[in-house]
Design a binder for this molecule. Structure first.
Ligand code: GLA
Length: 700
């Protein structure tokens, strides 16, 4: 039996975690939330939360601990499932020792009979985001199969009674679904070898008032998200949240003496959704993104995809680049179609050689012109894929991912390469390395356009290994992770890249939902945000340039349309917004992001505060039932400070006439933070496609 528990507290800026650690027993999490005063009696806290045994429990009530096992009558799904010699291994891990610092705890659990050890690390990182990971070691003499090893098994404090999970599809990612945490809980599992479009590896739990807990598995492969109520049979409604990588049967074998780490899982608790977003952003900026502090300003992109598609030639691209430069574009990205025989999406993936048909002189002349126009050059690649119609496939038909004996079914006409194979990674490294060495390429758009069947952790780990090797060889190259839009977005890939492509859907009305949805976890500087063509190729919707450009400013701005097909007025409007973005990107990409509430469901508002400045967007997507929309109330300001408030031009053509005092908004009004946050500013937001930018500067 275990001793009286010792109590350990970890403190962040506004967060305290308290653990009760029983040697030879389990570690329990007894407090997760607001920072406790120094000197809090932790044993008393434990006693205050303790429950007596109820009638229908084992005589010794089971303790779920932080790595629940199938033992002692615990009813929850186990966080650890192992096999040895083909049979399920019954385990009984006991806490052997623990080490704590102010913000980190390492728990070592051992089962001498099963000859295994599990080490759990819990660490409060930047933004008070808690990062957890688990390492399992096989101390036995026979191999050990890990069927499942949860990265996080979080006993959810009972005050969290609702959850928001996500659903989505290609071009319509990350729809929120909020509901009560029901007794049957929640189970999500991906099977396509990547997180997918529906954000199943992100979750929000809602507590009293606006309190919210956000959780995420930092893993670019398949996941399991499980929320089970009353998991310990304690009858108190407590839910247990488990986040785990989903592994294939027989895939994860530990040789005697070997260890395996599960990918990290993260969670954070805040008293408001905007504050939770800021916590995740701080964490990503400080602890996850590669060398974030050294990043320069996020350059304005022009991407060739929605301008030219596969209709590429050196002349057309140079003309596009010239038009781009006139708009103020800083990076020209050549999308799909530049390699091998790739004249449509059914061929040539794997043949990563510049196509002599399209570029008889190679890429060098185009890149030289792009640079002469004052831009740097980016290139699209989709390294993990192979087209059956490709030289690579003809040479190495066995290099693709396949189920032995089964037909090789394609998706978008392509197969996936088996990234677990060294020779595959070596080939891809050589090709990509040569491209980067031979050309002045500042940026790669790294795509992944199919689900994987079969899938497996080896695929994700092979992808990571290739990406890591290329980044080590070319540390100056920026990389974007794209997977038909937002099919592979997670903190695992974001520890290796500089931005993600949130959706193939550039329709500004759709983006007004998609960008705020991703920004719950990702800051604006990593969210590619492009002005698309009108009509939009996916939705067919026509939208005014003023609206498209204002919406695209709130992200990493770019253009994915052909300026030659715009009117002079549209080009001028776009150029003006690109200039505005350049002026404000320092704020947008370092500040604190806030959601603005508005009584009209058609109005989306976002705002970024940074030092003495702030920039807000208020955009109407519907047709308001009232003539005079409610004022936009700002947030995150210093109530006592006074701000100069302006509405930067250009203004939306349809709405500008309704502005009562245009000169006052041009010159600037001086208002207190309190007035701006209580009364707000009355803007004409009656018509669809109306967006306003509000700029604020604190007056010394
Ligand atoms: C995917 C990407 C697009 C584009 C095309 C090119 O669909 O998401 O942005 O790059 O591939 O084939």
């Amino acid at each position: 039996m275990s001793d009286t528990p010792a109590h350990v507290r970890l403190d962040g800026h506004a967060l305290t975690l308290v653990f009760a650690c029983a040697r030879d027993g389990a570690a329990r999490l007894i407090h997760a939330g607001a920072k406790l005063p120094a000197g809090e009696d932790l044993a008393a806290l434990d006693t205050a939360g303790a429950r007596g045994r109820h009638e229908n429990q084992p005589d010794v009530p089971p303790v779920a601990g932080l790595l629940p096992e199938a033992k002692h009558g615990l009813m929850t799904s186990p966080a650890l499932v192992l096999r040895r010699d083909g049979a399920r291994l019954t385990t009984d891990l006991r806490l052997a020792r623990w080490e704590a610092t102010h913000e980190a705890l390492t728990l070592t659990l051992r089962d001498e009979a099963a000859q295994i050890e599990a080490v759990l690390h819990w660490q409060i990182g930047a933004g008070d985001v808690v990062r957890c990971h688990t390492v399992l070691t096989n101390h036995g003499t026979a191999p050990l199969e890990i069927e499942q090893l949860a990265s996080l098994a979080l006993p959810v404090p009972a005050r969290f009674t609702e959850c928001t999970s996500y659903a989505g599809r290609w071009a319509s990612e990350l729809h929120e679904h909020r509901r009560t945490i029901a007794p049957d809980g929640l189970h999500r599992e991906s099977r396509g070898g990547k997180p997918g479009f529906d954000g199943g590896n992100w979750l929000l739990l809602h507590g009293p008032g606006q309190e919210v807990l956000g959780a995420h598995l930092a893993w670019s492969g398949d996941f399991i998200t499980r929320l089970e109520c009353d998991s310990a049979g304690a009858g108190d409604g407590t839910a247990l949240l488990q986040l785990a990588a989903s592994w294939q049967p027989g895939e994860i074998m530990l040789a005697p003496g070997a260890s395996r780490a599960a990918p990290p899982a993260l969670f954070a608790i805040a008293d408001h959704r905007s504050v939770l977003a800021q916590a995740f952003h701080a964490h990503l900026r400080d602890d996850v993104l590669p060398a974030r502090k050294d990043w320069g300003p996020r350059k304005v992109h022009l991407n060739s995809w929605e301008a030219l598609g596969f209709d590429l030639s050196e002349d057309k691209l140079i003309a596009l680049a010239e038009d781009a430069a006139r708009l103020g574009i800083e990076r020209f990205v050549l999308d799909d179609g530049w390699f091998g025989g790739r004249r449509n999406d059914q061929t040539s993936l794997g043949d990563w050689f510049v196509s002599p048909d399209v570029f008889p002189n190679g890429l060098a002349p185009l890149i030289a012109r792009v640079q002469a126009f004052g831009m740097d050059f980016g290139l699209w690649v989709e390294p993990e894929m192979v087209s059956p119609d490709s030289d690579l496939y003809r040479q190495h038909p066995d290099w693709c991912l396949r189920a032995p004996g089964q037909e090789r079914r394609t998706m978008r006409g392509q197969l996936a390469l088996d990234m677990a194979r060294t020779e595959v990674r070596t080939y891809l490294f050589e090709r990509l390395d040569a491209l980067l060495r031979d050309h002045a390429i500042a940026y790669l758009k790294w795509d992944h356009n199919r689900t994987l069947f079969p899938a497996g952790a080896g695929q994700t780990e092979g992808f990571y290994a290739l990406l890591d090797a290329l980044r080590a060889a070319h540390p100056q190259v920026e990389i974007e992770s794209c997977s038909s839009g937002g099919g592979r977005i997670d903190y695992g890939v974001l520890s290796r890249v500089h931005r993600v492509w949130p959706s193939d859907n550039n329709d500004a009305i759709e983006r007004l939902r998609i960008i705020p949805a991703w920004s719950q976890f990702l800051p604006l500087e990593v969210l590619g945000s492009h002005v698309g063509p009108s009509p939009n190729p996916i939705t067919g919707r026509r939208l005014a340039m003023d609206f498209r450009a204002k919406v695209a400013m709130f992200g990493h701005m770019g253009v994915e349309a052909d300026p030659a097909r715009m009117t002079d007025k549209e080009r001028a409007t776009l150029a003006a917004h690109i200039a505005l973005y350049k002026q404000w990107r320092g704020v947008l990409h370092s500040g604190a992001l806030w959601r603005l509430d508005h009584p009209d469901a058609g109005v989306t508002g976002m705002m970024v505060t940074h030092g003495d400045t702030a920039l807000a967007l208020a955009a109407q997507t519907g047709f308001s039932p009232v003539f005079d929309a409610a004022p936009v109330r700002l947030v995150g300001l210093d109530p006592q400070a006074r701000y100069r408030v302006t509405l930067p031009e250009p203004w939306p053509a349809r709405a500008r006439h309704y502005l009562a005092h245009p000169d006052a908004w041009r010159d600037g009004l001086t208002l207190s933070g309190t007035a701006l946050m209580t009364q707000g500013v009355a803007l004409p937001l009656t018509h669809p496609e109306t967006a306003w930018i509000i700029a604020l500067e604190k007056i010394a």
